[in-house]
Design a protein around this ligand. Structure first.
Ligand code: ATP
Length: 226
């Protein structure tokens, strides 16, 4: 099984693409969903976050849920608080992703999709060889973000500018997904990519045979020298 990375700019269509993969029965590891899960009450990062930032960032009248927007505002403007938040949440997110990956590994799928906005920033492209980048025009990105999140133009621009530019991501991509058209056009592109990725797949029996062969020829060499 191999991992296909999926990234893009804010609101360029990653979740829309993920859903298309999901609808075709392909497992998706969603980094944003993991990040939400680990800070839920009872989640692996919850108690530490509460101890670090204090009860005023949690809604105790509604089950103690994290007030994401309130915390987001302070960490956006304070680098040391942002580092503390990342130091607490990132290891928990990585652990959850590893568990999900191992589960998928033994489920017999040909490949899985790893959906994360910060694929390049997090250095995941060093270990993931196939990276899909979904893009649209800057005007569409701004318009879709404002429409979906009902935020101001200023807020939308500041969020878009806080990430690596889409042109740089496009340069680093293995496969580009053009989301400047309709969602139906995007769906057809993703289906074509799925056919391509499935045709690349080497059945696990062949891989196992290759590994066994390498093991068999390297074992006598290993014994001779050690
Ligand atoms: N081709 C399209 N035409 C019109 N609207 C679209 C198209 N593709 C996606 N959208 C809409 O744009 C918005 C952003 O899409 P989506 O949520 O998939 O982006 P995203 O990259 O996952 O966002 P984020 O970076 O916030 O995770 C959504 O409301 C979605 O329905």
């Amino acid at each position: 099984m191999f991992i296909v990375g999926l990234t893009g700019g804010i609101a360029t269509g990653k979740s829309t693409v993920s859903q298309i993969f999901h609808d075709r029965g392909i497992p998706v590891i969603d980094a944003d969903e993991m990040a939400r899960k680990v800070v839920e009450p009872g989640g692996p990062a919850y108690a530490q976050l509460r101890a670090e930032f204090g009860a005023e960032y949690f809604d105790d009248e509604n089950g103690g849920v994290l007030l994401r927007k309130k915390l987001g505002t302070i960490v956006f403007n304070d680098a040391s608080k942002r580092r503390r938040l990342n130091a607490i949440t990132h290891p928990a997110v990585r652990w959850e992703m590893l568990k999900q990956f191992l589960w998928i590994l033994f489920s017999g799928h040909k490949f899985c999709v790893f959906d994360t906005p910060l694929l390049f920033e997090g250095g995941y492209d060093r270990i993931i060889l196939t990276v899909l980048v979904v893009y649209c025009t800057p005007e569409q990105e701004l318009e879709r973000l404002i429409r979906r999140d009902e935020c101001s133009e200023e807020e939308a621009k500041s969020r878009i500018n806080s990430q690596m530019g889409i042109e740089e991501k496009k340069r680093k991509a293995t496969i580009l997904l053009d989301n400047t058209g309709t969602q139906e056009e995007l769906r057809l592109q993703v289906h074509r990519v799925i056919e391509e990725l499935e045709s690349r797949w080497t059945p696990w029996v062949i891989r196992a045979a290759v590994l066994l062969f390498i093991g068999l020829i390297s074992f006598p060499i290993f014994r001779r020298f050690y």
